[in-house]
Write a protein that binds this ligand. Structure first.
Ligand code: GLY
Ligand code: MN
Ligand code: MN
Length: 446
């Protein structure tokens, strides 16, 4: 059962309500998603809904109503208790549980939503609802709003704006409090252990699927829900396919193995780690050169993480180290500034250096504020994940050297999860939450 701290979610709702002004928010839970026929994927709660409620059942709807009196501001619509249904699909908290455990001021069965929504939304100056994401709830919200507008001339009561709740909510979600940091740290700890385990068991002749099984087995046996995203276990040239998730190849003597895997905890906090190491325990000369370069780029990039820094600076730092190193190795030619400006490195490094991490692996929150990159603030967690992928899938840009065969089939990424820290807590401005997964050149060999 999920670790559930009612007060954490209550505080989040308080902050959200305060910033909503006089807009009434309608925040739906996720629905179950069909896998095939009448089988469903394991349930995955909507992260916005979970952030505010901690409630982990499908189809529920939360109303946050700053225009209502205290005691009527947090309403949950939930699947009601139903012994016959619970025999098939499991326990439900029902309306009583929604109030007693989850702190709703009032809770109602889901099938009363259309009947009760007009009254709850009455008196709000705007409706905060994310259009385009919640097909079951959206027609109800739009119909209530439309009817309010129809009768506005006579009633004088209608929400005049439909606004997105997400800018407020995602600004809140971007900065993690100490509770969230503890949970992400736990996800990172388990994820790092799985990477250590994977390196210990890997040997030539194994299948990628066997390594994947060990990693994901560790996630489950450590109490996590499972992988936070499709684990990537990519031997040799498979590592040059960024989203390779088939994980069916045989691990060859002489190849590298790239593993991008992290767990998701019961309360959805995630780890996201990539490590790359030689299947046979020894780097070749070319593998060693490129591994050392990616590691240098990653360490330089991490060292720029601090309050007031930017994700843009993290990326630019990694990119410059990579380009300068590739020039030395003669995989690029020319001068670094021009190569970076023209993007003439993109056949070797084609992705950005990281993303926010939280309840979503690619977490919410703005990377830019208008023209400016958003400043890093204490509590933001980001990944730092440079890589190099040498294959002939992409055309070598004009003026750049053809790639010698000896480099091909080398795909390397090194990814850590890094919290931005107040300088008073951590003199360097960052904390690597995934430090439990080793990455030094010597640790990758045995
Ligand atoms: N595993 C997904 C990513 O690294 O962004
Ligand atoms: Mn990542
Ligand atoms: Mn990753």
């Amino acid at each position: 059962m999920i670790t559930f701290e009612s007060s954490i979610h209550a505080l989040r709702r308080e902050n959200f309500l305060e910033q909503l002004g006089a807009a009434a928010a309608v925040i739906p839970a996720a629905a179950l998603v069909t896998h095939h026929a009448d089988c469903e994927w394991p349930f995955r709660q909507d992260s916005d809904f979970f952030y505010l409620t901690g409630f982990d059942e499908p189809d529920a709807v939360a109303l946050l109503l700053p225009h209502r009196p205290v005691g009527e501001r947090y309403i949950l619509f939930v699947q009601p208790k139903d012994a016959a249904a619970e025999v098939w699909t499991g326990f439900r908290w029902g309306t009583e549980g929604a109030m007693e455990r989850y702190g709703a001021d009032l809770a109602h069965p889901l099938d009363e939503l259309s009947q009760r929504l007009p009254e709850y939304l009455s008196g709000a100056e705007a409706i905060a609802f994310r259009v385009g994401r919640h097909p079951a709830v959206e027609p109800l919200v739009l119909s209530v709003w439309g009817r309010q507008l129809d009768s506005y001339a006579r009633s004088g009561d209608a929400a005049l704006g439909l606004v997105a709740p997400t800018p407020i909510l995602h600004r809140l979600r971007l900065r993690k409090d100490s509770y969230e940091l503890t949970r992400i740290r736990e996800a990172c700890r388990i994820s790092a252990e799985a990477h250590e385990l994977a390196r210990e068991i890997t040997h030539p002749g194994m299948n990628e699927s066997q390594v994947q099984a060990a990693i994901e087995g560790h996630f489950r046996s450590s109490g996590a829900r499972g992988p936070a995203y499709g684990s990537i276990v990519a031997g040799g040239d498979n590592a040059c396919v960024l989203h390779y998730t088939a994980n069916t190849g045989s691990l060859a003597d002489g190849d590298l193995l790239l593993i991008d895997a992290g767990c998701s905890l019961e309360d959805y906090y995630n780890g996201d780690i990539t490590r790359t190491f030689p299947v046979n325990g020894r780097f070749s000369g070319e593998q060693r050169d490129l591994y050392s370069l990616v590691l240098a780029a990653q360490e330089a990039a991490i060292s720029t993480v601090r309050p007031g820094g930017t994700a843009e600076e993290v990326h630019a730092t990694a990119l410059r180290v990579l380009v300068e190193g590739l020039l030395e190795l003669k995989l690029l030619a020319g001068e670094a500034d021009g190569i970076i400006e023209r993007g003439d490195y993109r056949h070797l490094y084609m992705h950005r250096t990281g993303h926010w991490l939280g309840l979503d692996v690619h977490d919410v929150g703005a990377y830019r504020l208008g023209e400016q990159p958003a400043p890093l603030e204490p509590g933001i967690v980001l990944t730092v994940e440079p890589g190099l992928y040498v294959s002939d899938r992409l055309t070598v840009p004009d003026g750049q050297p053809a790639i010698d065969e000896r480099w091909k089939g080398i795909g390397i990424r090194i990814e850590d999860d890094v919290a931005v820290c107040d300088f008073s807590d951590q003199s360097c401005g960052y904390d690597v939450l995934t430090a439990g997964a080793k990455k030094s050149l010597s640790a990758m060999e045995n």
